[in-house]
Design a protein around this ligand. Structure first.
Ligand code: URA
Length: 217
């Protein structure tokens, strides 16, 4: 897997990530969602440089211009519900893609912190020979992405997989590296050192779904 950690260099991307992490700025859920969306746009722009392009002629009011445009068939798949703002950010740039949604949640066993990832909804077009972009804002353990990939495989074999994420853990990135085909590309804004006993990324930002959409029971 190729890891493109775009937070390593200096750019405005790091401003957006720092606002996501900031416990005071997090109180503004609209800003939280918007920053994730903006990060999705930046990661998409970088990803777009790796796509296939064809030349086409565009007729302007004053003449004809040859331009190079991406021509890959892309399916964008997000995990509900935390993935929605990042999905929107990617969709802002790749507005012609097909979309897939999966609902996966952590099912905890009794009193301990262990959990299984349970998939209970998946809607997808065919992904056969297309580019599959998997969106997961918090790449904590990598289990959710693996389970998502296993579930969506019944819709075909993609020619290339890209994973788009905001913050990952070193452990999660290593896990995904092992679980996905070697030519998988990971586009990510930051990688943190640790996971806590509940498999949350530390320092991370907390619960992305709750911060974007409110806490749940
Ligand atoms: N999901 C989150 O929202 N945050 C984490 O740190 C890990 C998983």
């Amino acid at each position: 897997m190729n890891v493109h950690n775009l937070g390593i260099g200096n750019s405005v991307l790091n401003q957006f990530v720092s606002e996501l992490r900031d416990i005071e700025i997090q109180k503004d859920a609209m800003r939280f969602r918007k920053n994730i969306e903006r990060i999705g746009e930046i990661l998409s722009y970088e990803l777009s440089k790796t796509l296939n392009y064809t030349t086409k002629k565009v007729t302007t009011p004053l003449g004809i211009k040859e331009v190079s445009v991406p021509d890959d068939k892309i399916v964008l798949c997000s995990i509900l519900r935390a993935g929605l703002p990042l999905h929107q950010g990617v969709l802002n740039y790749f507005d012609h893609v097909e979309n897939a949604f999966i609902s996966a949640y952590r099912k905890h066993q009794d009193d301990n912190d262990d959990f299984d990832i349970v998939v209970n909804y998946l809607a997808s077009p065919s992904i056969q020979d297309k580019i599959l972009i998997l969106v997961d804002p918090m790449l904590a353990t990598g289990n959710t992405l693996e389970v998502t990939f296993e579930a969506i495989k019944k819709y075909g074999t993609p020619k290339q997989i890209h994973i788009v994420s905001v913050i990952g853990s070193e452990q999660g990135v290593a896990y995904v590296d092992n679980a996905f085909p070697p030519n998988t590309q990971l586009w990510i804004a930051a990688v943190d050192e640790q996971l806590n006993s509940k498999s949350y990324i530390v320092p991370g930002l907390g619960d992305a779904g709750d911060l974007a959409f409110g806490s749940k029971l």
